[in-house]
Write a protein that binds this ligand. Structure first.
Ligand SMILES: Cc1cc2nc3c(=O)[nH]c(=O)nc-3n(C[C@H](O)[C@H](O)[C@H](O)COP(=O)(O)O)c2cc1C
Length: 174
């Protein structure tokens, strides 16, 4: 099966997630094409693929605007084919903020006029040593603020790779 993985990653974790998914799919005999939406598409046509995975991360309560643009531009094809939306955020990491994480997905779907066949919330990574004052204040927004001084104080990866593998493997089997 030909699978497109289109992604946006501000600090690199979603790129790691996208490459992890792609490596597993390639090992399972699928043909994977990655597309970082920041780069020019070079004639890429979504209609050439059997399934598409769109992956992005949340910063200040929104997914990347260039991911939204790519998805909106390709909405007709995407709405006709099997698609999986992988939403990476820290709100996905805690039971009391998962509702907020689902809200980010709903807002993205609305803004891009795209109805993914499946969605998955993926807990991201935190790298406090790398953040400037502005980035730290952005993390203090919303329900996540309650976790900033404890769970989010150290560099840490919250991603459950096994759960992600199970979701992706179900998606490609269908
Ligand atoms: C400046 C900044 C703002 C963020 N804002 C949010 C947010 O509003 N909600 C959330 O759940 N996670 C937020 N995060 C966490 C990111 O979604 C998480 O670190 C993710 O792993 C980043 O993925 P990336 O490396 O692909 O950009 C924020 C992270 C940073 C650095």
């Amino acid at each position: 099966m030909n699978i497109l993985i289109a992604y946006a990653s501000t600090e690199g974790h979603t790129e790691k997630v996208a490459k992890h998914i792609g490596t597993r799919l390639s090992a399972g005999d699928h043909i994977v094409r990655y597309h970082n939406v920041r780069n020019v598409s070079g004639g890429l046509a979504v209609s050439d693929f059997d399934k598409t995975i769109i992956a992005g991360s949340v910063h200040s309560a929104q997914h990347q605007s260039d991911l939204e643009l790519f998805t909106f531009a390709n909405r007709e094809q995407l709405n006709k084919m099997p698609t999986l939306f992988v939403s990476v955020s820290l709100a996905a990491a805690f039971p009391d903020t998962r509702e907020e994480a689902r809200g980010y997905i709903n807002a993205f779907q609305k803004a891009s006029s795209w109805q993914p066949s499946e969605t998955v919330l993926v807990a991201g990574a935190v790298k406090p040593g790398n953040y400037d004052w502005f980035e730290k204040s952005a993390l203090l927004e919303g329900d996540l603020a309650g976790h900033v001084n404890e769970e989010l104080a150290q560099t840490r990866e919250f991603t459950d790779w096994d759960a992600l593998d199970a979701t992706v493997s179900d998606f490609v089997k269908k």
